[in-house]
Ligand binder design. Structure first.
Ligand code: ADP
Length: 505
């Protein structure tokens, strides 16, 4: 067995403390899987107002930490809790920035997360715990590889620390003005510079910095890792990504099989296993009742749990929803997000109250009842870095209907009724009529109940646990350590263009 590693996970959200999407699931479950392999894994996140110390048993471990910010100082504190038995989670307390109701969406988000990250570097010294690898997630944490390769390069504490940067969604890059560099103490080094991306010449794009400076860059499915190298999915950073292609890897997200387990899920009225699907039907009935829909086991029930954003396919769904609801089908939809989708769905639910039950809220227990109570689970995404919903749905025996993009393409095989192969209903082009056809196909096949049950069993027997993917991350941590030691000339200050030059090219 290889020696164990010391790994620090840095994330803006971590289950069970704060969650808006899949990032929180990963940051809460991958560390547990790595710890089970014997690694010393610790997690750090901000202490938001919603994280009540009493509820989670938080204990103060560093009462006052001095954090450099711009030309001055802030004071942070650090508390600790444990997840999964023995994985420490550190909470950085910076009341000025995080003692607020929400997680994101503030005008000073850039400053909030840069100061959070700076506090982490000080925290590590305060704890005298030097990780082999800092694993950063999404733009909120992308400044850390930038610092370890520049400002902290000669600091003996960080000199040998490798960084891995995981892109969970390239669409959210954290783009800010020059001021953020002053706050980070990086103003003299200037902007990221690349001849093919002039868009970066006068903005601070934190995602771009993670891509340029991390020793290893990963994203959350093999297909998405390929897609983001193209202008279509590269969100203007594809030239930078292509330049680092030999350091870019796609590792499929896993699902926490302890958390998402229909046999033991505490939120379900009726627990069940793959061999006991008659019990599962009772969850459908309970869900129909809770959702105010007609209780009838024979009406196909489709679930959808999602952030309501352009990414998730609500425009093509909106275009065909009236036609879909002409069919004998019920929908339960749970989500929050953009106001215009709230309005669109509210109107549809008002017009079709017997068929569409709408919950415009974030509700984890209800989500689990939907996975367990629906026959099908819809994810018609425009793009999807990985997607957890379809994997959780399969684990619970709800058949995914998905568009073949990113992680959806990697995890769902199209159903072939003749050969009885495949795990869901897959459509290719991002168009309403293709989605409609996939839905109709699913509804047709639903009538063949014996074959449908075998399809459910096939889905439930897939293995989307962290078992395989956690091992892949360990391999990448070793690569990062090796590449950190060797160094990459493109990763130094040469990737930056000093501000004065950027201004007067
Ligand atoms: P993304 O990270 O893009 O939001 P994923 O499919 O990777 O999409 O992860 C979404 C996660 O968040 C899943 O665990 C899903 O069940 C959960 N989720 C999304 N919206 C809600 C909601 N409104 N209530 C409860 N859980 C939600």
């Amino acid at each position: 067995m290889s020696p164990s590693l010391k790994i620090l996970f840095v994330s803006a959200e971590v289950v069970p403390f704060a969650k808006t999407g899949g990032l929180a699931d990963i940051a809460g479950s991958l560390p547990k899987a790595l710890a089970a392999y014997g690694h010393d894994v610790r997690v750090v996140m901000p202490r938001y107002a919603r994280i009540q110390p009493e509820r989670f048993g938080l204990k103060t471990i560093l009462p006052a930490l001095t954090v450099p910010v711009d030309d001055g100082m802030e004071t942070a504190s650090v508390m600790e809790a444990r997840i999964g038995g023995d994985v420490p989670v550190y909470f950085v307390g910076l009341d000025k920035y995080f003692n607020r109701e929400g997680i994101y969406g503030y005008p000073d988000d850039g400053e909030r997360f840069v100061v959070f990250c700076r506090a982490i570097l000080e925290m590590l010294k305060g704890l005298a715990w030097r990780p082999d690898v800092i694993h950063c997630h999404d733009w909120h944490t992308a400044i850390i590889p930038n610092w370890t390769k520049t400002l902290y390069r000669n600091d003996p504490f960080f000199r040998d620390v490798a960084t891995v940067y995981t892109i969970h969604n390239l669409a959210y890059q954290g783009v800010f003005g020059f001021r953020i560099l002053e706050i980070a103490g990086l103003d003299e080094l200037g902007y990221v510079h690349h001849p093919e991306t002039s868009d970066l010449n006068d903005v601070v794009d934190l995602m771009a910095r993670g891509i340029v400076f991390a020793d290893v860059v990963t994203t959350v499915s093999p297909r998405y890792a390929q897609e983001i190298l193209t202008p279509e999915h590269g969100e203007r950073l594809d030239p930078l990504l292509r330049e680092r292609e030999n350091r870019l890897f796609g590792v499929l997200n896993g699902v926490d099989y302890d958390e998402y387990d229909p046999a033991h899920d505490p939120y379900l009225d009726f627990n069940y296993t793959v061999d006991d699907l008659d019990r599962r039907v009772k969850n459908k009935q309970a869900l129909q009742r809770e959702a105010g829909l007609q209780e009838d086991p024979n009406i196909p029930l489709v679930g959808l749990i999602s952030r309501l954003t352009d990414q998730k396919g609500f425009d093509i769904l909106g275009a065909i929803f009236d036609h879909v609801l002409d069919l004998n089908v019920q929908f339960v939809l749970l989500g929050t997000g953009d106001q215009h989708y709230h309005s669109m769905l509210t109107r549809l639910a008002r017009e079709h109250p017997t068929q569409l039950a709408l919950f415009l809220t974030f509700n984890a227990p209800l989500a689990q009842k939907i996975y367990a109570g629906t026959d099908m689970f819809l994810m018609p995404s425009r793009f999807e870095p990985c997607g957890l919903g379809q994997m959780i749905a399969m684990r619970y025996g709800s058949i995914p209907i998905v568009r073949a993009t990113g992680g959806l393409a990697d995890t769902v095989d199209n159903y072939d009724p003749a050969r009885e192969t495949g795990t869901g209903f897959v459509f290719q082009r991002y168009e309403g009529h293709e989605l409609f056809a996939a839905l109709v196909r699913a509804l047709e096949n639903y009538r063949h109940r014996d074959a449908w049950r075998r399809l459910q069993q096939r889905c439930m027997r897939q293995d989307f646990s962290w078992r395989a993917s956690a091992g892949k991350y360990v391999d990448l941590y070793w690569k990062a350590i090796e590449w950190q030691r060797i160094g990459d000339p493109r990763q130094t200050e040469r990737a930056l263009r000093p501000f004065s030059l950027a201004r007067n090219p």
